[in-house]
Design a protein. Sequence first.
Length: 370
Amino acid sequence: MKNNRIYNTILVLFVGLMIFSCSQEDDLILTNESQQFNKISVLKYSNPIARGGQSSMLVFDTMETFKQTVSQLELQVEENDDAFLSEWGYLDDELLNAKEEEIAFEDTPLTIFENNFEFNSLRKKFLSEEENWLNNEQLDEFDSPLDKDIFDFDEFEMSILNQFGEFKIERAIYKKLTKNQVLSIKSYRSFPFNSCFIIINDGNLDDLVAFNNGDYSIINKDNFKILPDDPFDLPDFGGGTNYPDPNDDIFSTCKSNKVKTRFLNTGTNKKVWRKIKMGGRRAKAKLRSYKKKRRRWKKWRTYMEVAVKGAARPVYDCFYFEYVNKKRVGRKKRLKAVQVMPQSYKKVLQNELINISKHNGVESTLYLTW
């Protein structure tokens, strides 16, 4: 079929072989030999809290490989979605969403990427929890996986993290912390923010396993660093070099790494999830569309608009600011507008950053507050 030829053209770059070798730590490494991702491998390691007692994480040979992989996956997802709309976009919303179900359309580039490396991604975990959450007649907005901090990523980003929020660049291991983990390690080490990554600079797997088992006291070891920004949100990020901003304390009116989400009913059995975030140097507004069909909720493709507007401020002096104004429109299930700010512009004041959106003809605004 014509649509299959379109999708196959997009996905051919992901085809690759897998070879096996052993690391110097005797952990199994899977190396991808495809043209596009030949600098990524998979590290398998013992993990008592994982099913079967073993986990896997992706290993990137350099920071540049990490950045390029993120960009390539995002591009492939967009191209895959554009190809679907090019083929079927003439249909109305009901028929278009029915067509998606009929041909089992999905983020195929991400599925192929994950299957190629044979590891349990954070995206797989998210999709499972989202499906269980949607499979109800009444949607519990207060128990949504969308609002779990471990899932505070785009789908293509979650394809890079394992189910525990981990990956590796060169020697360093990166791990996304949950809110409970952040609260726990604050008993051992003081810092002023509530969402962060930790970095184990020497890649010590024993330390990672100990941390995952609840030994948070090791956060004070010299090989542990705290990264207040997500690596995905920092185009200029360098491993282990971005330390907490000393000015971002509880007394400051100007904050970094803040996020707010809300659901909104936009019609009979129709909802939109809205998000506004300042993360790293990226001001971001997002939407996710849902509709109730046959006594359960579904992700729903429809026309949407989203804009992120306001101002961002530098870490060194919140008197200065740069305007934020980015908008996107599309016939999507999820849509985002992102503006990358100048160097050091990573902070906002209360109510200064806004998500302005339209879903099902209903316009709304969501202000970033805390």
